[in-house]
Design a protein around this ligand. Structure first.
Ligand code: ADP
Length: 620
């Protein structure tokens, strides 16, 4: 079983893949996290600036009205009006104050300016001459009135009970000798405040102390609560008629995790896509002039886009790195494979060289052994031939005695006669006898020289001899005879046939055989000799034959053909040593000789030579 650590996929161990995957997960996570942090930070920063802008706009807008009730409260006509009882004197003052309030309201651009007596009844108002005039309305339940009497000033977000218009109320106490005698209230339209915010897409809102959105760039969210209203609060709201008896629904939203002290994530209904809610970064800042806080909701989509970009970037980076790694591994593997191939080739080469060397050494050794064996054999053969020669010596003795005794007897008789002729003075006859003796001695000398050749140990060096050259030479010797006898000789020896022999001995062999063949055809009407050579069946051997159209070999001669002194020729023509010597010489060549009578008449002598090249190596 393979161990886990050894498992490889595309040349990379499994743990490598796992490490790369882990690294990828960590890197991608880190990149996504960093991208998120950075972009949320920058969104928060931008949001914070926007929040500053909204707050500043709100402050400046409110600031325009804030001081108005205090200034109006110090007006003598207003104080005088509040000091008088509702009688004729008041009736005289009232138009003056009403006109004054109307003028102030016109200057500041608010909704209304009212003067309220200690009972909370509006006794003079800027809109005195309008159908929805506040005069006669009791606002004692409004916290701004109560706060103004109690603390000198009051501020309040509410919806007008008469107009039904949402607005911000500022109030100041009217003092007489340090004691409140009434109050002046200024109502500013929320619309006027909102118009100061040019919202570019994000939701900005002002949330009052009840957790109710009173100003919002999203109209539908106005007068919805961000926190559930407690029963206590509910009672207060009802008592102050803050929202003019309107139901204040809860704005469905969900707080998520905090980002920092002033920012957190929250899900709000998406005002651009009804029915959806979206995660926003919510920034808030206390806005004391306008209730509780001012908030802005920022889209986090750009941050998510950044995250996706970072993720894609890291993924692309890893893919490139991964592909490059795979490519590098593939390349390294290919190089290693190539090197391994080269190595294997080199090793195979080395092995081949070693094998060739070993085989060469073996062959050399075998060759040396063979040469030695050949030399050994040749020596043994020569020994055998020599021993054979000695063995036949005894056999020769009888023949020799016969051959020599005859001339010796003749010489005795001739010499005896010669002496008698000399004694008788018959000189010429004596000389004739001596000449005949001399001839007989010559004949005996021939016999003994032939015998010497026969008995000589044929310690010869065998070489490659050209068979056709040797035959041509032998034919040259008999040329004159062949011409006078009109003998037809056919020679069929492939050019370059080399045989193992001793050149002069081979010459002698051929001359012997050719001489016998010429003798055999001499008295025949058809005189024809055929000399052939061809490769023998046994490899490395050459079959040489010389056939004639003579009478053939006499059957009783055939059995002893190669023995010495076997002859059918007349005395003086043949010694019967030719074939005996021939056979010894042939044996000395490492060849074999045989004789037969051909079916169509005539004798045939065949020699099976060892074939040889000129370099001396035996073929086959
Ligand atoms: P020699 O020629 O002196 O007789 P050889 O040994 O050469 O001695 O031959 C012995 C005998 O073999 C011959 O006398 C002859 O009878 C026989 N002989 C040799 N060659 C032939 C031949 N070609 N045809 C017939 N008989 C042959």
């Amino acid at each position: 079983m393979r161990s886990f650590a050894r498992i490889k996929v595309r040349g990379i161990p499994l743990w490598g893949w796992m490490a790369a995957a882990a690294l990828y997960v960590v890197a991608a996570g880190l990149a996504v996290d960093i991208a998120w942090q950075r972009s949320i930070d920058s969104i928060a920063e931008v949001g914070s600036h926007r929040l500053d802008l909204y707050a500043a706009a709100l402050r400046s807008e409110l600031g325009r009205y804030e001081t108005v009730p205090g200034i109006v409260a110090r007006q003598d006509s207003v104080r005088a009006l509040l000091r008088t009882q509702p009688d004729a004197a008041r009736a005289a003052l009232l138009p003056i104050v009403n006109h004054y309030l109307e003028a102030v309201n016109g200057d500041t651009g608010g909704v209304a300016v009212d003067v309220i007596d200690l009972h909370g009844e509006v006794i003079a108002a800027s809109n005195w001459n309008q159908p929805l005039s506040f005069i006669g309305t009791n606002v004692s339940y409004r916290p701004y009135f109560q706060d103004a009497l109690a603390r000198g000033s009051g501020r309040f977000f509410g919806i007008g009970t008469n107009t039904g218009m949402p607005g911000l109320y500022f109030a100041s106490a009217v003092l007489d000798a340090g004691k409140p005698i009434g109050a002046v209230a200024v109502k500013v339209s929320v619309d006027a405040l909102e118009s100061a915010w040019r919202s570019p897409g994000e939701a900005a809102m002002v949330v009052d102390g009840n957790g109710v959105i009173v100003i919002s760039t999203v109209p539908a969210w106005k007068f919805t609560a961000l926190t559930p209203i407690t029963p206590d609060r509910q009672r207060q709201i009802e008592a102050s008629k803050q929202y003019a008896g309107r139901a204040v629904p809860l704005l469905p939203h969900r707080r998520l995790d905090d980002w920092d002290a002033s920012a957190r994530f929250a899900r709000y209904p998406d005002w651009t896509r009804p029915g959806h809610d979206t995660r926003y970064l919510e920034l808030s800042r206390p806005a004391p002039q306008a209730g509780d806080s001012i908030r802005v909701l920022l889209d986090v989509e750009p941050a998510m886009r950044q995250q996706r970009t970072a993720f894609a970037f890291v993924t692309a980076l890893f893919m490139i790195a991964g592909l490059y790694t795979l490519y590098a591994i593939q390349r390294r593997r290919a190089i290693a494979e190539k090197l391994k191939g080269q190595d294997a080739l080199r090793r195979a080469n080395d092995r081949l060289e070693a094998t060739v060397e070993a085989r060469t050494a073996e062959l050399t050794a075998a060759n040396v052994g063979m040469q030695r064996e050949i030399a050994e054999r040749a020596r043994t053969e020569q020994e055998l031939v020599h021993a054979g020669k000695l063995a036949v010596l005894g056999q020769m003795a009888a023949g020799l005695t016969h051959e020599l005794n005859q001339p010796l007897g003749a010489i005795r008789t001739l010499s005896d006669n010669a002496r008698a002729f000399i004694e008788r003075g018959q000189q010429p006859l004596a000389i004739a006898n001596l000449e005949r003796i001399s001839k007989l001695v010559d004949g005996m000398a021939v016999l003994t020289s032939e015998l010497k050749t026969f008995a000589r140990k044929s310690d010869v060096e065998r070489v490659a001899v050209s068979l056709d050259d040797a035959v041509a030479h032998a034919l040259l010797i008999y040329e004159a005879r062949m011409r006078t006898d009109e003998v037809q000789v056919d020679v069929r020896i492939p050019a370059g046939t080399m045989v193992c022999a001793e050149p002069s001995q081979l010459q002698q062999v051929l001359v012997n055989l050719l001489g016998n063949a010429l003798d055999a055809v001499a008295s025949e009407p058809q005189r024809h000799i055929s000399i052939e050579a061809q490769p023998a069946e046994q490899p490395g051997r050459v079959l040489f034959s010389i056939a004639d159209s003579g009478a053939g070999i006499a059957p009783d001669v055939l059995a002893h053909l190669f023995e010495p002194f076997v002859t059918t020729k007349p005395r003086g023509r043949g010694l019967g040593l030719g074939l005996a010597i021939t056979s010894r010489l042939v044996l000395g060549f490492g060849a074999r000789i045989s004789a037969s009578n051909r079916p169509d008449g005539g004798a045939q002598f065949t020699i099976e030579f060892m074939s040889m090249t000129e370099t001396g190596v035996v073929d086959g």
